[in-house]
Design a protein around this ligand. Structure first.
Ligand SMILES: [Zn+2]
Length: 506
């Protein structure tokens, strides 16, 4: 298209994102049997084609580093590349999804389990032999059928992005587009793993012996799923109350949880509604859905709080920000707000006030939550270290599964399997966004406590500040710049470690 300009790209790009998000929302929330995405891609072909990619690449290369024009071009180019890759890989993705829906795990004893139910079954099977037998059969199937497709997807996406010559290779391209220094973050991850190693060895050994009745050296990743499910607290987090609880808390910090009607809470059961919770910002900031099928339990509460953080962020964004600073940019920020809210599940004051745990059980719950957090974080650090090896080019693809098992098992002390080396990978280093979000939420929490006290979450001065300084600003900045602007400490794992230590010794 000859007349494609950046302002046309912004206008039609936003219309495309709205149409796409609306269609996905309707399908996942159970209002439509399937999402019909192809017609949307066709209708907006002009904002997704090679011309649009060229336009944003030129804008990025031509803008002076550090200016708003450069930030804007960086966000638009990153988005163009992402949609470009999604389109190029759509057929393979459809094949992968179709496989996941249809695949059946066949057990040695003749039993059958749908592939998609395996994770839930692994976490809930009480008999360890059954658990390991299921995981053996799952791994064999994945290795044979899914892993080759996922490996192909990773390779093709890498080749496609490298061919655009944004940076010298895949890693450098991601760094240029995200503003995240991956090697520096990897060094921080290595230090985090060292700093928490003694602590983890101790709590891991204790939990594995006590709750699984096995020696720590025998524990596998399937055992980890069973160990961390911890259903013993679920009755203190009733499904019927979860929506009113979080609305009450947000109101107490003087924020309208519905953002004047712009945030819509959809917790009602509906045939066809998927069980996975999500936030669908159909129009930012005017129409934002929080969709969840409530089962109750601690995990469900944490999920609701997480999606609540996203929802408030989108619904309270300034509507005069350009498309790219509302829809695109550094997702470490929106994940950081989501985590700021889901980490309220670690706060003794919050738990006492808003859950049914009661003072007597809060400490025990906090220790369990801190154990889970440390496991999760060590796993994510290891994932980033592995993903850097995967894209680094020093290892052949055939030796990556062994590297995966070595890195993930050493960090978590649960034995991983080679079958998952290409399946357990977040595309485009999303693990780095999560790790930055973890750092951001911990830095923000410490800043909030310093300004608005321990119970900042119910201080009526907190909400208006949060809306103005955090949510309103969208994602124009990087997470590190945001922390600096609001007077939080520079991003690091230090406050994360402090919070985990406090939780474990509760
Ligand atoms: Zn999230």
């Amino acid at each position: 298209m000859a007349d494609l300009t950046l302002s046309v790209l912004r206008r039609d790009g936003e219309a495309f994102m709205e149409a796409l998000t609306r269609e996905q929302h309707l399908a996942l929330a159970g209002y439509k049997p399937t999402a019909e995405l192809k017609p949307i891609y066709e209708r907006y072909a002009h904002v997704l084609g090679p011309g649009a990619l060229e336009l944003t690449r030129d804008a990025f290369k031509g803008a002076a580093t550090g200016t708003d024009e450069w930030r804007s071009a960086r966000a638009l180019l990153g988005w163009e590349i992402e949609t470009h890759a999604s389109r190029a890989l759509a057929e393979l993705d459809e094949r992968i999804i179709a496989w996941e829906v249809a695949a059946i795990i066949r057990l040695a004893d003749g039993g059958e389990v749908p592939y998609q139910r395996a994770a839930v079954d692994l976490a809930t099977l009480a008999d360890r032999n059954e658990r390991l037998a299921l995981d053996d059969a799952r791994a064999a199937l994945v290795e044979r059928e899914l892993a080759p497709m996922r490996a192909e997807r990773l390779q093709r996406e890498r080749d496609l992005i490298e061919s655009l010559e944004i940076g010298a290779d895949y890693i450098a391209s991601f760094e240029a587009l995200s503003g995240i220094d991956l090697r520096a973050l990897a060094t921080e991850c290595e230090r985090f793993l060292r700093d928490t190693e003694t602590m983890w060895t101790e709590v891991h050994g204790h939990a594995v012996r006590k709750q699984l009745g096995i020696a720590p050296g025998e524990a596998t990743r399937a055992d980890a799923l069973a160990l961390l499910r911890a259903p013993r607290f679920d009755s203190y987090f009733p499904a019927a109350e979860m929506e009113s609880v979080v609305r009450r808390q947000v109101s107490e910090m003087a924020v309208d949880p519905t953002a004047g009607g712009r945030a819509i809470y959809d917790l009602a059961p509906r045939p066809g509604k998927r069980s996975r919770a999500f936030c669908a910002p159909v129009r930012i900031p005017r129409e934002v859905y929080l969709v969840l099928l409530p089962f109750g339990g601690a995990t469900d509460y944490r999920t609701l709080l997480h999606e609540l953080g996203h929802t408030l962020h989108f619904a309270y964004m300034r509507d005069d920000l350009p498309f790219e600073f509302r829809w695109l940019g550094d997702n470490s920020i929106t994940e950081g707000y989501a985590m700021l809210f889901d980490h309220l599940m670690h706060d003794p004051g919050w738990l006492t006030r808003y859950s049914a745990l009661g003072k007597a059980r809060v400490a025990e719950y906090r220790r369990a939550a801190a154990l889970e957090e440390l496991q999760f974080l060590r796993r994510y650090c290891a994932k980033l270290l592995y993903e850097l090896r995967l894209y680094g080019g020093d290892l052949s693809w055939s030796s990556l599964p062994d590297a995966y098992v070595e890195i993930l098992s050493a960090a978590t002390l649960f034995r991983y399997r080679t079958a998952d080396a290409f399946v357990d990978v977040d595309p485009r280093f999303y693990s780095a966004r999560y790790l930055r979000a973890w750092q951001l939420q911990a830095a923000l929490r410490e800043a909030l406590v310093a300004t608005f006290d321990e119970d900042w979450y119910r201080n009526p001065r907190t909400g208006p500040w949060m809306v103005r300084e955090l949510f309103g600003e969208g994602q124009r900045e990087l997470a590190s710049e945001l922390a600096e602007r609001v007077g939080a400490r520079p991003l690091s794992f230090d406050p994360v470690v402090r919070a985990i230590e406090t939780g474990l010794s509760a």
